[in-house]
Write a protein that binds this ligand. Structure first.
Ligand code: AMP
Length: 192
């Protein structure tokens, strides 16, 4: 296993960059937000529950995200390389993931942080609201909630990985091609 975590605030470009990383390196993506939205669209068993959290900008409870991550990872062969996109987002999720990967004698091989200042994020999210019609991008309160959660819950994990020497920061204000180039340099370095 070769495992990368992609972390960044809402609107930092995780989805766009993870698609490119999947194409280039063949990672299996574990993109929790996209998966949860897919479960909502497919009217799955937990649809109403998930919808309540996502549409208000809150994180879904850990038991749901842990179950999803477990199922997805276990469904793949043991030599798979995973790209965790938007998971973990809290220190509790970091602990879960570290312990979970140990079962496979694996670990996190690198954490890529897409660094984008909040003024730019707000503009991007408003733009995305028009293009993708995501309900959680639609109003300022929902966006504020997600930003607040990011600052309270996710920034501590950025600091944690930094202290561990595992964090690789990328200037996410650059254009999409420049960002992927920077990411590729990091991944190629980690793999060599
Ligand atoms: P994203 O597509 O990454 O912006 O995520 C959209 C929404 O999915 C978030 O606002 C949360 O409601 C939910 N979600 C995504 N990742 C997580 C996670 N790691 N833990 C809990 N909820 C999550």
């Amino acid at each position: 296993m070769f495992n990368i975590i992609l972390v960044g605030p809402p609107g930092s470009g995780k989805g766009t960059q993870s698609e490119r990383m999947v194409q280039k390196y063949g990672f299996i993506p574990i993109a929790l937000g996209a998966l949860l939205r897919q479960q909502m669209a497919e009217n799955g068993a937990n649809k109403a529950l998930i919808e309540g959290y996502i549409n208000s900008g809150q994180l879904v409870p850990d038991h749901l995200s842990f179950e999803l991550v477990t199922q997805l990872v276990q469904a793949q062969p043991s030599n798979t390389s995973f790209l965790f996109d938007g998971f973990p987002r809290t220190l509790a999720q970091v602990t879960f993931l570290e312990n979970f990967l140990k079962q496979f004698h694996a670990k996190t091989d690198g954490v890529i942080f897409l660094d984008v200042p909040s003024e730019i994020l707000l503009k991007r999210l408003k733009n995305r609201a028009i293009i993708e019609e995501r309900p959680d991008d639609q109003d300022d309160n929902k966006i504020k909630t997600r930003m607040h959660i990011y600052e309270q819950e996710t920034l501590p994990i950025v600091n944690y990985y930094k202290a561990q020497g595992e964090l690789h920061s990328v200037d996410g204000t650059q254009n999409v091609d420049e960002v992927i180039k920077a990411i590729e340099t990091i991944i190629d370095g980690l793999r060599s």
